[in-house]
Design a protein around this ligand. Structure first.
Ligand SMILES: Cc1cc2nc3c(=O)[nH]c(=O)nc-3n(C[C@H](O)[C@H](O)[C@H](O)COP(=O)(O)O)c2cc1C
Length: 290
């Protein structure tokens, strides 16, 4: 989660054993390949946890993304993911993130360039929305990207245009994505709030896996709960997780954003932080959105 999953978050999650692997937030790649030092710094907190790391890239230049992917593998990442889901206006208008879904042939070219560069043995997935303006677009886009070399799909069921609005039809949309990708695996994503919800969604869609983002902050042991029930309750989990964040020196706008996501804007925890105007100022500066 870009903007949320920074150093102290990664340290806290890793130290409490809340995940078994990482997919980083996106690394924005422009017209030139990031230097090795930048890639190493970006990957460092994830690699330090000792868990396998897939790095997520975002950009519009196939050759530059391909070279970046190779540098990331050399720096320790075990897999590559391409972000085709970010709905932020600035990103989309540049044709990156979710904006890439507007031009499936161009996107397929980018995927092919990355696959050719990283070889057939490297896991290479695409994280995407169900479409740019219509959730039916997956039926065209996924087969193109599969043919171009993607080997797995992470699908957030909303379209780019739908941002984070409440929209109906999550199961149907995700089932369509699973159908379009078959036999390749699809990891389904969007609003998964509990073990029951996740298992039900996996069953009704035929998904190979579940991806959970925001609910992990409301219930830090949610992913662990799928394997064993004897984990801290959501409230207890937030308390323990927050202590770990403090141990990893969470600061400023990042702290405020995490507390907002964990307890909500109306909570005493958030309000008492907001009272600190210095933090509010920092949050405004650091906030970059999804
Ligand atoms: C603050 C924030 C940052 C995010 N950053 C990323 C990102 O860097 N890459 C990505 O693929 N998705 C990102 N997402 C989207 C999530 O991965 C996920 O698709 C979305 O939140 C829906 O899942 P959820 O309902 O479980 O949160 C971000 C979401 C949030 C709220």
């Amino acid at each position: 989660m870009e903007g949320a999953a920074q150093g102290s978050f990664v340290g806290a999650v890793g130290s409490l054993g809340l995940v078994k692997r990482w997919m980083t937030p996106f690394l924005r790649v422009s017209e030139t390949c990031p230097k090795r030092k930048k890639i190493v710094q970006f990957l460092a907190p994830y690699l330090e946890s000792g868990l396998p790391v897939t790095i997520q890239l975002m950009g519009t230049h196939g050759d530059v993304l391909a070279e970046t992917a190779c540098r990331c593998l050399a720096a320790g990442a075990v897999g590559i993911d391409l972000n085709c889901g970010c709905p932020s206006g600035r990103v989309v208008s540049a044709g990156a993130g979710g904006g890439a879904l507007k031009d499936p042939p161009k996107l397929a070219g980018i995927v092919r360039a990355i696959r050719n560069a990283v070889g057939t043995d490297t896991p290479f997935s695409v994280k995407m929305r169900s479409g740019f303006s219509s959730p039916e677009e997956v039926l065209e886009i996924i087969p193109r990207l599969a043919e171009a070399g993607a080997d797995k799909f992470f699908i957030h069921y909303r379209t780019v245009r739908e941002q984070y609005l409440p929209v109906p039809g999550r199961e149907e949309r995700l089932r369509r994505a699973v159908f379009a990708a078959s036999p390749l695996p699809v990891i389904v994503n969007g609003d998964i709030s509990s073990v029951e919800d996740g298992l039900g969604l996996a069953e009704t869609t035929g998904a190979s896996g579940l991806m959970i983002a925001r609910a992990m902050l409301r219930d830090p042991w949610l992913i662990s709960r799928f394997e064993r029930p004897d984990v801290p309750s959501p409230e207890e989990g937030r308390r323990i997780f927050f202590e770990a964040l403090e141990r990893f020196r969470v600061r400023g706008g990042n702290k405020l954003e995490l507390v907002r996501m964990m307890w909500g804007e109306n909570s005493p925890q958030f309000r008492s932080l907001v009272a600190d105007s210095e933090l509010v100022g920092q949050r405004k500066e650091e906030s970059r959105g999804d």
